[in-house]
Design a protein around this ligand. Structure first.
Ligand SMILES: *[C@@H]1O[C@H](CO)[C@@H](O)[C@H](O)[C@H]1NC(C)=O
Length: 210
């Protein structure tokens, strides 16, 4: 029975990976032959499919809420003949670089004229293909810059903690030194003065208490 369940799971996994290799129809879209219809599905960039069937000849992405295409998403589609991208609020910042580069490679004037910026305000209506690369690069925030910043901040924090620890070690050493000096002094005094008076005081207090 255990073996049987294992077989079922194994064949399911095999089926899934086979479907993936062939390129199953991605979830909110519908596919018919080489035509993949993802238009009007309310897609946003982060939730859009990241892979399409390798045999896709026509990809309909119009009338969604796409602000950019995930980098590399169209590269495996070597059979692609037609794509519709209009009716999306393309955001012309660093994230649009992939789509811009892809459009420029296509040399399809009709397609290029249908892809224009919705934001930022200064670039509204500008065709994505006409964007100047330098203007976009200034909006790029590279992850390794953030990493460098984070490591610098943690370094500073570590140095501060080290300084605090060192300061407290010095402080306690000083205190210990003072205490031991005092202890040595009182020992010397008690040896010089004798234990008798000390003993007397103790008995006096004790007597008063009772
Ligand atoms: C361009 O957009 C119009 C609608 O605004 C659409 O009818 C047409 O098919 C689009 N052309 C391309 C090549 O995407």
């Amino acid at each position: 029975m255990g073996v049987h369940t294992g077989c079922v799971i194994m064949s399911m996994l095999l089926c899934m990976s086979a479907a993936r290799a062939e390129g199953a129809c991605p979830s909110p879209c519908s596919c018919d032959g080489g035509v993949v219809e993802c238009n009007g599905r309310g897609l946003i960039t982060s939730s859009m499919p990241t892979s399409f069937p390798s045999g896709t000849t026509e990809l309909r992405l119009h009338n969604n809420h796409l602000t950019a295409l995930p980098t590399g998403v169209l590269d495996p589609l070597t059979s692609l003949r037609k794509i519709s991208l209009h009716g999306n609020p393309w955001s012309c910042d660093c994230s649009i670089l992939y789509l811009r580069g892809w459009l420029l490679k296509q040399r399809n004037d009709v397609l290029m004229r249908n892809v224009s910026c919705s934001s930022p305000h200064a670039l509204q209506g500008v065709l994505v293909a006409n964007l100047v690369e330098e203007d976009l690069l200034s909006s790029c925030r590279y992850w390794f810059c953030d990493l460098a910043l984070a490591s610098q901040i943690s370094l500073v924090i570590f140095i501060i903690i080290q300084a605090i620890l060192l300061a407290s070690v010095i402080y306690f050493l000083r205190r210990f030194e003072r205490l031991s000096k005092e202890a040595r002094r009182t020992t010397e005094e008690s040896i010089a003065g004798g234990d008798v008076s000390g003993g007397n005081e103790y008995t006096m207090i004790k007597d008063r208490g009772t």
